[in-house]
Design a protein around this ligand. Sequence first.
Ligand code: ZN
Length: 241
Amino acid sequence: MSQIRVTVWNEFRHEREGGEAEECYPEGIHTVLAELFESEGFDVETATLDEPEHGLSEDVIEETDVLTWWGHAAHDEVADEVVERVRQHVLDGMGLIVLHSGHFSKIFKRLMGTTCDLKWRNEGERERLWTVEPSHPIAKGVDEQIVVPTAEMYGERFDVPAPDELVFMSWFEGGEVFRSGCCYRRGSGRVFYFQPGHETYPIYQQPEIRQVLGNAVEWAVSDDNQRTEYGEVAIPPEECE
Ligand code: ZN
């Protein structure tokens, strides 16, 4: 197939506040993710909340095969019109990768139809992501477990529908567990939720995490662009004799 077109969307607020997030991601989380996806050979654009239409105009979305979404503090500032545009494109076959605190984004909640709430604690605990579906394309080249030395804990219950495919399951030092790599199909589109990635930890620099994200983009591209026809249909002519 032709080159995969990825749009990396980032809220890009924490990294401009002069604190730990800016130290960790001085150019923004989107820049680190864009470099990663470019190194995988994808055609990459970035978009951020404070751009007109949050950088997600119809033209941009139309030219996107896979959209990645990182947001945290300003989910409510994302315009409903843009959320609906993204949702429609997912149903039409665009891939969507929702990262970390994107669990509470409007787009993820709308696509899941649940609260998407969870337990959390930010004490810099160790996280082990267990690969529970090693034959899945998103786990390609990934070991049985990925250890993230310093992570924010997200714990069950995670109020999402049962994933169509669960690829990673996390354990945290405090004892909680979490479904950290969840695949969904919505309409013709594929959605992957991936838990790692707090703004003050350099998790998106970790090679194993980058491997998963690259795999996830390839998985999220729909196999074909075949559009399903809906509505009233006539009996096929050969049955009308
Ligand atoms: Zn976080």
